[in-house]
Design a protein around this ligand. Sequence first.
Ligand code: PNS
Length: 165
Amino acid sequence: MIRNVVYPGSFDPMTNGHLDIIKRSLNIFDRMTIVLAKNSLKTTFFSLSERIDMIKETLDYAGLSDRVTIDNHDGLLVDYCRNNNINILIRGIRPLVDFEYEFEMAMINRELNHNIETLFILTDQEYFYLRSTLIKDVVRLGGDISSKVPPPVLEALKRKLLDKV
Ligand code: PNS
């Protein structure tokens, strides 16, 4: 049986922290569907199509395109899972900052659909302080962030924030 998991998020933009979670999930599961979903607490910096393009390019760059599919969903995540027969959600979790928010999300998703389990993967120590807002700030102010984001994302950030590649 092929086991597929959903990795949901805003991915605004995708970072090496996300990429690490994808690779480690694929050590456990056969396939993954990255689902760009709407976070009502956030306004995204990149458009949906920009984020999808960056993820596609990153997966190609990382050689993962054959095992990872990208999709987007405007609605409840549990409905996406039900409609696509996937019952595992993957979330990366950073020490301290993420626990309460992630715990609440997992609880509400489980209440909405008891068949869905959220599996947490601890973010690698190299990325645990990585936050998209921080990355944008560093690029905007001319700092080097190349070890924290995949090359296609770095280019897109520079294009958008500094108007150059
Ligand atoms: O990367 P993020 O912004 O932390 O991801 C949060 C996301 C998009 C996974 C979450 O907001 C979500 O699941 N949105 C879809 C709507 C939904 O199902 N809401 C109920 C659970 S919070």
